[in-house]
Design a protein around this ligand. Structure first.
Ligand code: GDP
Ligand code: MG
Length: 735
């Protein structure tokens, strides 16, 4: 019927998958395309991160999927299997292969393999800027013609070429499929013949039930690909078994003829194909190819200078973290005091006021002021990563890591552990061997994470004065030494075996982009903030509740306001401020009142549920010189290490004092000595990782037993070391 307006067609849904080598710029392009509309999860059944984003463009609903970065599509690593299965089984409408144009040859190894999957492929020649800097020119038209794939140029970190990329992807999705068969790598006669025979066998016997294109499957069977074999037999049990038998025979014949594994021969031939391709499409205009990266590496990975330079960078990182971080800490402290003052003035005395001041503000306030230090630390780590220096550190540490029986690659998780153990443990995924991975995961928690920093700053600051920095540096060092010893121990017992050999990648140095640094830093710091809002807030409230009930003396009045009437009682009770007529009298009286109130609070805390719990665990911590308050704080630290400080804050009830260094003073008054403070710091350094890290260990090792083992082992080491420090120190006459 006429008259009805045509109903608009519903938006067409397209799935676009981003594939490419690690560091080719996938994540940058993914972020540019999707902005903040991202969903991060894991691929089903494996611990490989999956990122997905949705956007609308030109009447299309686009789902963009960031595939794991891989160098090839052989089924040797989880990442490769995940990427390949996605393309094969989920059949995305378009696969965008992100090619590092400054590293064309290496990128094409993956690109040619993707091309053979008979999906719609689009090449994004990324790092176009770097290629140009190196004086490399790529003839995109020729590349496109040779492989039958559309090509666009992009600069991922600057967001250039994104519109063209999306347009080309949509155009490709709407165009008829590109036949792949004539663009395949051509193998030498015998191999081609074997593939051809197997392909015919498959099409004749199992045509309808083949899960994937016949030629591709045939080639994979000659390569003896376990996953393809499995899928074939599952799809066509009988003819599949026959095909496997035929493939076995053909492989044997080929092996005899080449005197080598056919798979290796095929790999070599693929490289040959690619070398030819590169020759066709790439021209080098200047001799700049002896590039800057190599020159920088002459210094930074130098046999003699490399190591001291590396130590210097680490030292600079900590210097920056602490010295630069000091200023904003003061501002935040002032801000917290302001909030506490306002809350104190607004809220009437009673349970709510105590909850807000002693619970929430004392707890969260004592932790939030470390935000600047942590941001700076994460910024430095992001800087190492983005410039490419992180990979060099792995290279430099290789020799030392071999002492533990691990290779340099394991050092990256350890270095990241200084920031946060959760991403650090996840970074162990890049290790191929399971034993290496588990060993790395077991030693990473000894790297002192940023959440432990507040504890050291408070304790070392209170008891070691100007030496605090040295003490903290010593703690970091102790963690490293113990991780090395642990590595050696387990390598020769539980996780025996040699480290798997591998080629150390040295990606080119890159000028870090501010935006990418910020994203990396923010990604990690966000977690810290979220913990502040959730775990630490909750933890503080729980600790406050446990320490405030049962009530003995009612919630104490405030002392921010000067109460002349109460002074007499305070003075006589404490016996302070004898010279009441002197000009100092008022302030002395105030101090006396504060002391009185602290004592009353201490009595309340001791008789509370928390106090009772503390008494219960006291014997465990007594040999370490840690009193029941310390013990309770350590216990609460399982939730998150920052809570150790906030619990101390609540237990010593410093929230209302509104004075600088209140907690430090309270600690010193409580009978803690430098030696027992040191013992406590050692314990904090080594004992069980926090809840988030613990669950990560379980996920990444795939085993509750390894998780429990890690908890038990680290806590035992912590206890023994703290015991040695405290008892040994006493024997030597320290206190
Ligand atoms: P992924 O491993 O493939 O996800 O790669 P990333 O997106 O994390 O990029 C690796 C690094 O390369 C980052 O430091 C990016 O800022 C940088 N990068 C990405 N695309 C380009 C580009 O086109 N040119 C240059 N010079 N750097 C880029
Ligand atoms: Mg990435």
């Amino acid at each position: 019927m006429s008259g009805n307006p045509p109903t608009p067609a519903p938006p067409r849904r397209l799935t676009i998958a981003l594939a490419g080598n690690p560091n080719a710029g996938k994540t940058s392009i993914f972020n540019n395309l999707t902005g903040t509309r991202q969903k991060v999860g894991n691929w089903p059944g494996v611990t490989v991160e999956k990122k997905e984003g949705h956007i609308h463009r030109d009447g299309y609903d686009l789902t963009i999927v960031d595939l794991p970065g891989t160098y090839s599509l052989t089924p040797f690593s989880i990442e490769e299997v995940v990427a390949r299965n996605f393309v094969l089984d989920e059949r995305p409408d378009v696969v965008v292969d992100i090619i590092d144009a400054s590293n064309l040859e290496r990128s094409l190894y993956l690109a040619t393999q993707i091309r053979e999957l008979e999906c719609k492929v689009l090449f994004a020649l990324n790092m176009a800027d770097l290629a140009r800097e190196h004086g490399t020119k790529i003839d995109a038209g020729k590349l496109s013609a040779l492989l039958g794939v559309p090509v666009v140029f992009t600069v991922g970190n600057r967001g250039q070429g994104m519109d063209e990329l999306i347009e080309a992807a949509i155009r490709l999705a709407e165009s008829p499929a590109q036949p792949a068969h004539d663009r395949n790598v051509r193998y030498s006669g015998d191999i081609e013949e074997a593939i051809g025979r197997l392909e015919r066998f498959l099409t004749e016997r199992a045509e309808g039930s083949l899960p994937y294109p016949a030629r591709w499957m045939a080639a994979k069977l000659i390569e003896d690909d376990p996953i393809v074999k499995e899928r074939l037999v599952a799809a066509a049990p009988q003819s599949g078994m026959h095909a496997l038998q035929a493939a076995r025979n053909l492989r044997q014949q080929l092996a005899a003829r080449f005197d080598d594994d056919p798979q290796l021969v095929m790999t070599d031939e693929r490289y040959g194909f690619i070398a030819g391709l590169v020759r066709e499409v790439q021209s080098t205009t200047s001799r700049q190819r002896v590039d800057i990266s190599r020159n920088i590496d002459l210094v930074l990975t130098h046999r003699v200078f490399g190591f001291p330079i590396f130590i210097f960078f680490i030292w600079a990182m900590f210097q920056l973290t602490f010295t630069l971080g000091e200023y904003p800490v003061k501002w935040i402290e002032a801000g917290v005091d302001l909030v506490a003052g306002a809350a104190g003035a607004l809220l009437p005395e009673g349970v709510l006021r105590s909850l807000v001041l002693d619970g929430v503000i004392a707890g969260v306030g004592s932790v939030i002021k470390f935000m600047p230090n942590i941001l700076i630390l994460f910024f430095c780590i992001a800087l190492f990563e983005d410039t490419g220096y992180m990979a060099r550190s792995a290279f430099l540490m290789d020799k030392i890591m071999h002492l533990i029986g691990l290779h340099g690659k394991s050092f990256i998780p350890m270095l990241m552990g200084f920031g946060c153990n959760v991403p650090a443990i996840m970074a162990a995924r890049t290790l191929e061997s399971e034993k290496d991975r588990i060993l790395t995961i077991l030693i990473t928690p000894f790297m002192s994470c940023s959440a432990k920093l507040p504890v050291y700053v408070i304790l070392a600051g209170a008891f070691f004065g100007p030496q605090a920095g040295t003490v903290i540096f010593g703690l970091y060092l102790l963690g490293i030494v113990l991780s090395i010893l642990t590595g050696r121990l387990f390598r020769s017992t539980l996780l025996r075996g040699a480290d798997a050999p591998f080629v150390m990648e040295l990606p080119p140095y890159r000028m870090p982009m501010a935006k990418s640094l910020m994203i990396h830093m923010w990604d990690r710091s966000r977690m810290f903030l979220r913990r502040m809002g959730q775990v630490i807030l909750l933890g503080s409230v729980v600790i406050w509740t446990l320490s405030s009930f049962p009530q003995t003396a009612g919630f104490l009045p405030d002392d921010d306001v000067y109460h002349p009437g109460e002074n007499a009682a305070a003075e006589s009770a404490v016996g302070a401020a004898p010279g009441a007529a002197s000009p100092d009298a008022a302030s002395a009286a105030e101090a006396a009142e504060a002391a009185l109130r602290r004592r009353a609070k201490a009595e309340q805390t001791e008789s509370s549920y928390l106090g009772r719990l503390g008494r219960l665990i006291e014997p465990l911590f007594a040999p370490l010189g840690i009193d029941w308050r310390g013990g309770v704080s350590l216990l609460s630290g399982f939730v998150a290490k920052e809570i150790v400080v906030s619990t101390l804050g609540v237990l010593y009830a410093t929230g209302e004092d509104g004075e600088e260094d209140a907690l430090e003073r309270a600690l010193a008054e409580s009978g803690m000595t430098p030696l027992s403070a040191l013992s406590m710091m050692v314990f904090v350094l080594l004992y069980l990782p926090c809840l988030a890290a613990t669950t990560t260990i379980r996920r990444e090792t795939g085993s509750t037993r390894w998780m429990l083992f890690s908890l038990a082992y680290s806590t035992t080491v912590a206890w023994v070391m703290a015991f040695l420090v405290y008892q040994g120190g006493q024997l030597l006459g320290f206190n």
